[in-house]
Design a protein around this ligand. Sequence first.
Ligand SMILES: [Cu+2]
Length: 124
Amino acid sequence: MKLTLISSYNSDNAGFNFNGYSSGKMVVSVPDGWKVTVDCQNRGNGNHSCAIVKKGGDQLPAFDGSSTPDAIHGFAKGGSQTFTFTASNPGTYRISCLVVGHDDSGMWDTFIVTASGEPQIKFG
Ligand SMILES: [Cu+2]
């Protein structure tokens, strides 16, 4: 499946959002074993990145390849980077911007690997 994550989609939470959602309010569920390609775009003025990590504060990807390159520095406005990984180990993870301070500012959403079923996105 393909997941498009747009950093600073709008001014919600001072731009610290993906697709307009922050602090876990967008919940993306993917079944175990599915291959996920993330298209990470940046519409903000500052640098941003996209990664799937296990929990807040983590700087390493939760799955092999589940991050844009050099995610701690991110990339600039107008840029777009993609990465592909395979969802595994059912549980709750985090879509995070790993640029320093951004996750702490709420620039994260929720990523769940389910045991089975179909991919789904919910908004809380
Ligand atoms: Cu960011």
